[in-house]
Ligand binder design. Sequence first.
Ligand SMILES: NC(=O)c1ccc[n+]([C@@H]2O[C@H](COP(=O)([O-])OP(=O)(O)OC[C@H]3O[C@@H](n4cnc5c(N)ncnc54)[C@H](OP(=O)(O)O)[C@@H]3O)[C@@H](O)[C@H]2O)c1
Length: 277
Amino acid sequence: MRGDWGKLGDWQGNRSRPCAARRRRRSCLQGRAKGEDVVRELSEKTGNRTIDLLICDLSSQRDVRCLAEILNTKYKHLHVLINNAGAMFPRRVESFEGIEMSLAVNHLAPFLLTNLLLDNFRAAGKARIINVNSDAHEKGKIDLEDIQMQRHYPYGIGMRAYANAKLANLLTVCELARRLRSSDVTINAVHPGYVATNILQFDASTGPVRLFKPLWILAKQFILTPEQGAATPVFLACSPLVAGTSGLYFERCAPAASSAASRDPNLQRRLWTSASN
Ligand SMILES: NC(=O)c1ccc[n+]([C@@H]2O[C@H](COP(=O)([O-])OP(=O)(O)OC[C@H]3O[C@@H](n4cnc5c(N)ncnc54)[C@H](OP(=O)(O)O)[C@@H]3O)[C@@H](O)[C@H]2O)c1
């Protein structure tokens, strides 16, 4: 959150934050346990001493509402929001509010947080919202009758639920872009590429799938570093080249084709309504 206008990110480790922090802009980081270390590292790297940290469990709608209230009280104007947090859940688990966790973290948290901050973005005039999505959305399906996957939750690393939630995340990006058309607030989605992070969890709960763990460890040597993975979100947050651009899906700092389902205006509206209820 710069000056009274800001940049909010919960980005991969601390990869994109140097962009804001280096510009000595007041920045705010939403994180969990590791947040303090990240803020310390960022301040040391950039010399920016105005990086705030707000702790929030994004799987909790109550926490997200608290976070939004603090942000709207603390910062008069917000200029950039990067909805980065994401996770996969090998087993179907519910948040303490009874929401399937993949949906709660990857879709409903950014949906709710963004909507609760909209007036602040509008007050800022030009503002940019970036949803870190994934090409996994291409495998996603939206079943509005069973969006919480109570009927069937496939065995494995949780990729099906993650893909569905990322598709939902992208559908709301397109719908919100339509609703913000008459404002200077833009929203876009990004696939960061395949990045060597902790996104794939292989533990006892993934059963025999965890035999692929050595493969993932090997693959991490050859895929993008978190710094490289942050390139497109930072581009969308900062570059004048995308000023005014909204409702698009980006890869490698360029618009890319998203799945046909994600571009269905009827599904976009219906999912928005279901997420609002
Ligand atoms: N890595 C890839 O190849 C890849 C590909 C496509 C898309 N993505 C997307 O990139 C984004 C970043 O993921 P990553 O690859 O950096 O994975 P990661 O290392 O697992 O980072 C995920 C981030 O989300 C946060 N997070 C997860 N659940 C949360 C919750 N309930 N409350 C608050 N924060 C929570 C984590 O916080 P903690 O640090 O506190 O756990 C962490 O900062 C995600 O949206 C992911 O879907 C990644």
